[in-house]
Design a protein around this ligand. Structure first.
Ligand code: AMP
Length: 415
């Protein structure tokens, strides 16, 4: 089956075409045929497409909206010059999987799209006002272009965390506020944490129910997840992706009175306060330089920049805090798994986050840690380490494609 996986942002459209079916899933032999990214939809859009093994196609075109962007991508996908094996026209796309950010309490697993599901995703807009409308743009456009004969599936970032117990997901505010407004922790990056759990299971040769790990997704957005018995029992992001770990531009955990204090003393509106917390905090806020971890590490090394160092130290300190928190919550863990742009590529951040955890018997092998970069999947702890440490590159698109196949074929989820 050729699955088109779509991930739409407010002004971007990201896609992959993945050939997969139940046998491919079982044997890990799925094939990524092509991928693409269109940015700045609504003005002069920047286009970057690539078929596997081919030279990249780059262009700039004025694309008005997501429908135009998708039509543009499809024109390239079905053009014989792009040389995507097995794809000649629209009929060669057999199913479509959409990444959806918020499924609230309604969507606990991936579902086939119909009018009722679409209105359910629309109902979740107040909980994710930036993300769900963007995801819906991709859904509306692809339903219009492909029509009802191509099955489409929605896969939610929140659904993996729907197994969290009340003690993890409730905020300690009046319970009626949860009942009335569904104010609670939902968690995000679920597809990534789920993929990490699945890959760990494969690497360690375990059954799903025996997977006990702490998954650390460290990118520009960052979150931690405690996976016990194969299920998410806690995660660091909350009602929105602002909560938890320190991130590129987001503050993560904060005393809520800071909001009122800032608004009052700076004379700024709530919107402006949240803009500070979402866009001008985290690594960029502390360093005053950048939200890019690579650049911060370089500043620290080459210029001994004090605030670059402080930002990095705070980032690692927060990771350590969550590891300790989850170790207590899970009564120990079998492994800590790093993923995301920083988690997959920075030996330095992995090392600094795990220092002074000797009490727990965590020991990483410096040489292996240095080797584990640029998409390598490997164990980096010493044989003596009481808790294993892994680097596992995430692949959310693959999981989106696999869920699409399973939902379309009504097959059980193996992870
Ligand atoms: P993501 O959001 O997952 O794409 O991750 C983006 C973050 O990963 C940025 O902060 C990058 O600076 C960081 N990153 C990518 N490669 C490296 C690297 N080799 N060392 C440190 N950080 C990196």
């Amino acid at each position: 089956m050729n699955v088109l996986v779509l991930n739409c942002g407010s002004s971007s459209l990201k896609f992959q075409i993945i050939e997969t079916d139940l046998a491919h899933i079982e044997n890990d032999t799925d094939v990524m045929l092509a991928k693409g990214l269109i940015e700045r939809i609504g003005s002069q859009s920047i286009i970057n497409f690539q078929a596997e093994g081919q030279i990249a196609f780059k262009s700039a075109e004025p694309l008005r909206d997501h429908k135009q962007a998708l039509l543009y991508a499809i024109k390239w996908i079905t053009n014989q010059d792009s040389k995507i094996p097995g794809i000649a026209d629209l009929a060669d796309i057999h199913a479509i999987g959409h990444r959806c950010v918020h499924g609230a309490e309604r969507f606990k697993k991936s579902v086939r799209l119909d009018n009722d599901v679409i209105s359910g995703i629309e109902d979740c807009i107040p909980l994710a006002p930036l993300h769900n409308p963007a995801n819906l743009k991709g859904i509306y456009a692809s339903r219009e272009i492909f029509g009802p004969s191509v099955p489409q599936v929605a896969i939610f970032d929140t659904s993996f965390h729907s197994t969290m117990p009340e003690t993890s997901y409730l905020f300690a505010i009046p319970y009626q506020l949860y009942s009335r407004f569904k104010i609670r922790k939902y968690g995000f990056h679920g597809t990534s944490h789920r993929f990490i759990g699945y890959r760990y299971r494969r690497l360690a040769g375990k059954e799903r129910d025996d997977v006990n790990i702490i998954s650390m997704h460290l990118g520009n957005g960052a979150s931690a997840c405690a996976i016990k018995g194969g299920k998410s029992i806690d995660t660091s992001m909350g009602l929105t992706p602002l909560d938890g770990l320190m991130m590129g531009t987001r503050c993560g955990d904060i005393d809520p009175t800071v909001v009122e204090f800032l608004s009052h003393n700076e004379g700024i509106t709530m919107d402006e306060v949240f803009s500070v917390l979402n866009k001008r905090s985290g690594l960029i806020g502390i360093s005053g330089l950048t939200n890019d971890m690579r650049d911060l590490l370089q500043e620290e090394k080459e210029h001994q920049d004090r605030r670059a160092k402080l930002a990095i130290d705070m980032f690692c300190h927060r990771i350590k805090k969550y590891i300790g928190f989850y170790l207590a919550e899970m009564n120990g863990t079998d492994a800590i798994c790093f993923t995301g742009g920083i988690g997959e590529n920075s030996a330095e951040i992995r090392k600094r986050s795990l220092t002074h955890l000797d009490f727990f018997g965590i020991e990483i092998d410096d040489e292996l840690n240095q080797l584990a970069c640029g998409g390598r999947e490997m164990k980096i702890s010493t044989p003596e380490s009481r808790i294993a440490v892994y680097v596992i590159p995430t692949n959310e698109e693959l999981l989106l494609a696999r869920d699409t196949v399973r939902v379309v074929l009504n097959a059980p989820r193996i992870w």
